[in-house]
Design a protein around this ligand. Structure first.
Ligand code: PMP
Length: 411
């Protein structure tokens, strides 16, 4: 039996909301990072208090146990995302490092002048800039699958874009529009064209069930800190055969089998990609976050997000002079809504919401400048939800926006 997701009860698991300064905070910046439950904080403290040693190195009992804890976390992640083997799970610093790993360890070595990399217009900078860098180093070209006016990928031009493509890198869910992309369809199309697929799942894995084996993608990236885990830990899922044939990303301790004066050979996957002392505390924390979310089950987490998104679309649409970007249907969104309000600058609006209503939202380009250019905007305000948010909080947001209109005399 899974635990019932009642936001008011769930909120009590998060120590930050008991802090006298933040007790009344309406935290709607979950797409940037989520708060951390006691269970995750305790797992990290427990690790440092009872099991800390460097991993994979020592032969003494404490180091062996620390190694077991680290590798158990990897198996927990593999199971959570439906990987066929724990060897397909590489620990990184986060989504950004995971994508850079693919760009440098796979693309830089495999792309030639004239090859094509395809991304989409709705990508976060971390799924644009690594490809721009690699294209400039290899002479490959970068093309962008367009976004429609209503915030979806324009699939009518998918085949034309994928023709001759070697890499197709796209987001599972947009951190600005909220759009959930038809990932299976995109992977299938890329396969037919012989392109390697890289899925940025930073905004999706925290919010819904994911099974990488079903999706059939080659790579998939996400971050621990957006799913109740700590910062500085992330995951690159990679299909085993691809990881096996790839050269390392960074060199150093742990990723080698043997180092000679005249060269080196590599450790097995996934350790080949984990140079240096790894973030064991992070691995412990992400596994604890997975355990925490699993009490509710990801279907329930998704239903809760969906309810809040439906509510937000309903009540925000009634605020005068609001422009909501992204799909009209909540079902097509992960749990977030971005908007502009009259001619109020998003930074001024976010400051007003914080000072007057204790609502924390994000304002700016959300690391998606090309998408904002496509939308004809420089910035938006974003409210993003998670399991401790309630419908009531969404209603307060709508009321606050109406007040902002009169405060800024924008009504
Ligand atoms: N992709 C998307 C869609 C994101 O929302 C983010 C975080 N804002 C990232 C990538 C980058 O994640 P991180 O900063 O954890 O590496």
């Amino acid at each position: 039996m899974s635990r019932r997701l009642e936001p008011e009860v769930v909120r009590a698991d998060f120590p930050i909301f008991s802090d006298p300064r933040w007790r009344d905070l309406i935290y709607l910046d979950n797409a940037a990072t989520t708060q951390k439950p006691r269970q995750v904080l305790e797992a990290i403290t427990e690790y440092y208090s009872r099991l800390n040693a460097n991993v994979h190195r020592g032969v003494y009992e404490l180091s062996v146990e620390a190694t077991e804890v680290y590798e158990r976390s990897r198996r927990r992640v593999a199971e959570f995302i439906g990987a066929r083997s724990w060897r397909e799970v590489v620990f990184t610093r986060g989504t950004t490092e995971s994508i850079n790993l693919v760009a440098y360890a796979w693309a830089l070595r495999n792309l030639r002048k004239g090859d094509k990399v395809v991304v989409t217009e709705m990508e976060h900078h971390s799924n644009v800039v690594p490809w721009q860098l690699v294209c400039s180093l290899t002479g490959a070209t970068l093309s962008y699958l367009p976004v429609t006016d209503d915030g979806y990928l324009d699939l009518s031009s998918l085949d034309a874009h994928l023709k001759g493509a070697r890499v197709f890198a796209f987001t599972y869910a947009s951190n600005v529009l909220g759009t959930i992309n038809p990932v299976r369809e995109l992977v299938k199309a890329a396969r037919e064209h012989g392109a390697v697929t890289v899925v940025d799942a930073a905004q999706y894995v925290p919010h819904a069930p994911v099974n990488v084996s079903d999706i059939g993608c080659d790579f998939l990236a996400f971050s621990g800190h957006k799913m109740c885990g700590p910062m500085g830990i992330g995951v690159l899922y990679g299909r085993r055969e691809l990881l096996e044939e790839m050269e390392p990303f960074q060199g150093g301790g742990e990723m080698i089998r043997e180092v000679r004066f005249d060269g080196s050979s590599w450790n097995e996957v996934p350790w080949k990609f984990e140079a240096g002392t790894p973030n064991v505390e992070g691995a412990v924390g992400i596994a604890a976050a997975i355990d925490y979310l699993s009490q509710f089950g990801m279907d329930q987490v998704r239903s809760h997000d969906l309810r809040l998104t439906e509510k937000a679309l309903e009540v925000l649409a009634e605020v005068p002079k609001i422009r909501i970007v992204g799909p009209e249907s909540a079902r097509d969104r992960c749990g977030l809504v971005s908007f502009t309000l009259a001619d109020i600058h998003p930074h001024d609006l976010a400051e007003f919401l914080d000072r007057r209503f204790r609502i924390a939202v994000r304002a700016g380009h959300h690391c998606a400048m090309p998408l904002h250019t496509r939308l004809g905007l420089t910035a938006t305000t974003r409210a993003s939800f998670y399991l401790y948010n309630s419908e009531q909080e969404v209603e307060v947001l709508a009321r606050a926006l109406r007040e902002a209109l009169s405060y800024f005399r924008a009504a």
